[in-house]
Ligand binder design. Structure first.
Ligand SMILES: Nc1ncnc2c1ncn2[C@@H]1O[C@H](COP(=O)(O)OP(=O)(O)OP(=O)(O)O)[C@@H](O)[C@H]1O
Length: 680
């Protein structure tokens, strides 16, 4: 269309759109008769009167007025243009509803099959209703153009936000991803996978609410390719953006599940925090390869001041193997909660979280035997999870009812075990003994100490990469006399004898077997714990990983052991404190638990107070090479003890320091803390 040149042409073009009322048109014509303006002056006058938007005036002036009406919608503004087409702000002429109208590029929907799939997909998306998902209203066709009408969000997408303002503060980024995770979880619960999660597909409204865009549209990328492979490059087949894509999606785009969205949320979070994509540089194919082969993005490498736990969460979300990621988006929402701004007064932070994903903790042995075996929710194989999702709660109740009638109480117990899922892990958990446990995310670390570390023991190497595949809880402090007494009747600790009301002091003078018995009893006592999980002593790897909390220095607090209130080990970082140094001398007994500074995982006292029993047999060295979930030697005479005590020199309080003691040892300097973890 040619631009309008004369006043009359402009007025006619304006009238043809039907955008002005008769009164407005008459007034404009009257004004034009008197003023005799040229077309440009009419445009300026229209703008002044505010009857049309700048975009509408420009389009009509350029002779493109007819394009402003798309089906029942009147276009007001162009919001932007992406790979799939242009997005307009528009209004439904009859309903007056403001929408964002995505007009799909014609080549994306050239094939009738694709059109049908597109419309089916949008119909499914239109069933979604969640505050963190952009609502889809309508998908239709007008003058050969296919369009999607959706909720208009007055806000900015996260790519633009980062480009305009730089990396986001941690609470803002975590809250945005938490909200997006809740939206994606809603889609997951209805069997939908986004497949194209990225910062430009998440929009932050001016109210602070975040919404996920473009659900159901990723099929346009894959469909175009499979239906017209000669026209679309291999790159186009797989993706729009390789920067955020899960490795399995690059390999098999049709087969991915919600865990691909979890991965993309992880890479998006990394981008929001650093302003950089995880694998910068190189072309799309090279980036794809890096998603498959390079280590997961390390937040601490680009942002050394970040909390190590957040680094670990990102690495968890971006694990190469989908089984090692949070299995559903809501687990991401829970994990990020501690980093989000506090909720408004009067609301509980978990109120907004949806119920737990349905994941059986017990399932039938896949090898075909009929006995039940335990499966932690986070490890349930995808097909079992899928089956459980499909079976739905109605089937669950029916089976429960039949089981109840058939087997009475026994059947009911089996039903409960098989069908009722636990809530996803929360960052902290307080058990019925009042013992606080903190959640440690899965991750990798270097276990042991380098030769250069001051005070290093002979038994701390070789340093090797250790992967802990599962999240676990660990006691925030050592087990106290009070907690031990509640469960076992009496504490053997010296402080329990010497100090009246020594309930907050760590239990000590306790044997390895007594510590194990305590864990067993606690598993039986704690009915509020996650099903399929049990209390036990930490493995050495779990202990060191939790103590390090992302640090690689000698102590969680750095290379110099810092003095901390109530800590009685050598505060000066010397190997052996001089006997005349009053600060460094031990008073001969531990302090109350929890008085030292917390590490980044919120663990207290791991470098000192009392040393702690671990579950492993002690060996004088580690096996060489990388290890996964190591549990120590299969046999032995002595058990491993980790961490320093009130009477230890500073060197013994290092994260890597270890010792071995016969299991019947009773020492006032040895106690323990517990782990709560899935039973393997
Ligand atoms: N529902 C909506 N409400 C408000 N703005 C929207 C809405 N949907 C999209 N936008 C905005 O429209 C612009 C274009 O969106 P679009 O999704 O086409 O682009 P993109 O995500 O950058 O590209 P691609 O489609 O290649 O992923 C973006 O700025 C986006 O924020």
């Amino acid at each position: 269309m040619a631009p309008v040149t004369s006043t009359t042409d402009f007025l006619n073009a304006l009238a043809a759109t039907g955008f002005l009322t008769d009164t407005q048109l008459a007034a404009l014509k009257g004004w034009a008769q008197i003023q005799r303006p040229d077309a440009n002056t009419i445009a300026i006058e229209l703008n002044k009167r505010g009857w049309l938007t700048g975009y509408q005036i420009k389009e009509i002036y350029r002779g493109r007025g007819p394009g402003l009406s798309i089906g029942p919608y009147r276009v007001a503004d162009l919001l932007g243009e992406g790979a799939m087409g242009r997005v307009f702000r528009a209004t439904h002429m009859r309903l007056g509803r403001e929408v964002a109208l995505k007009v799909i590029r014609r080549d994306k929907l050239a094939n009738p099959l694709t059109v049908r799939r597109f419309q089916q997909e949008i119909r499914a998306v239109a069933q979604l209703s969640h505050p963190n998902v952009v609502m889809a209203f309508d998908a239709d066709e007008a003058n050969g153009d296919h369009f999607l009408a959706m909720e208009f969000v007055d806000g900015t997408d996260l790519t633009k936000l980062v480009r305009e303002r730089g990396p986001m503060p941690i609470p803002v980024a975590c809250d945005y991803i938490r909200q997006a995770a809740l939206g994606l979880h809603h889609a997951y619960e209805r069997g939908m996978v986004h497949r194209d999660v990225k910062p430009s597909n998440i929009i932050a409204a001016k109210t602070g609410q975040v919404k996920v865009l473009d659900l159901g549209l990723a099929m346009l990328n894959t469909a175009t390719a499979s239906e017209s492979s000669t026209r679309v490059t291999q790159e186009g087949f797989v993706l729009g953006t390789p920067d955020f894509l899960a490795p399995e999606q690059a390999q098999n785009p049709q087969q991915v599940d919600t865990r691909a969205d979890v991965y993309a949320l992880g890479t998006t979070l990394f981008y929001l925090l650093t302003g950089q994509t995880p694998y910068e540089g190189g072309n799309s194919t090279e980036k794809l390869l890096k998603h498959i082969t390079d280590p997961p993005p390390q937040l601490l490498a680009r942002m050394p001041t970040a909390p190590p736990q957040l680094d670990a969460i990102i690495q968890w979300m971006t694990a190469k193997d989908p089984r090692h990621r949070p299995q559903t988006p809501v687990e991401v929402a829970h994990a990020l909660l501690p980093f989000c701004p506090p909720p408004p007064p009067g609301t509980h932070p978990h109120q907004a979280l949806p119920p737990a994903p349905v994941a059986p903790v017990f399932a039938l042995d896949p090898k075909g035997s009929s006995h039940l075996f335990m499966l932690p929710a986070s490890e349930a194989p995808a097909r079992i999870r899928e089956r459980s999702r499909k079976s739905g709660s109605l089937t669950g109740w029916l089976v429960g009812l039949v089981a109840l009638v058939t087997f009475g109480v026994g059947g009911y117990v089996v039903y409960r075990l098989a069908f009722l899922a636990d809530p996803p892990p929360t960052a902290e958990y307080t058990n019925p003994l009042g013992m606080k446990l903190v959640l440690v995310p899965p991750g990798k670390f270097l276990m042991g100490s380098p030769d250069s570390e001051r005070g290093r023991g002979f038994d701390e190497g070789p340093v090797g990469e250790v992967t802990l595949e599962n999240a676990y809880y660990i006691g925030a402090t050592e087990v106290t006399n009070g907690q031990f007494q509640q469960l076992m009747g009496k504490s053997p600790a010296r402080t329990a004898v010497r100090i009246r009301g020594a309930t907050d002091y760590p239990v000590e003078t306790v044997t390895w077997a007594e510590a194990v018995e305590f864990c067993k009893k606690l598993t039986e006592r704690d009915r509020t714990k996650r099903r399929g999980w049990a209390y036990r002593l930490p493995t050495e790897a779990e202990w060191e990983y939790a103590c390090r909390a992302g640090t690689t220095t000698a102590y969680p607090s750095g290379d110099q052991l810092l003095p901390a209130q109530g800590e009685t080990f050598d505060p000066l970082g010397k190997d052996d404190p001089p006997p005349d140094d009053p600060n460094a001398k031990s008073p001969g007994q531990p302090s109350k638990v929890g008085q030292a500074k917390a590490n980044a995982f919120n663990l207290l006292d791991c470098p000192g107070n009392v040393a702690e029993w671990c579950s492993d047999f002690y060996a004088r060295s580690y096996p060489a090479g990388p290890r996964v979930n190591p549990t120590g030697p299969a046999t032995g005479d002595v058990r491993a003890v980790r961490g320093g005590a009130f009477d230890s020199p500073a060197a013994r309080c290092r994260s890597a320091a270890r010792a071995g003691h016969p299991p019947d040892t009773r020492e006032p300097s040895i106690g323990f803390r517990v782990v709560l973890a899935p039973v393997p």
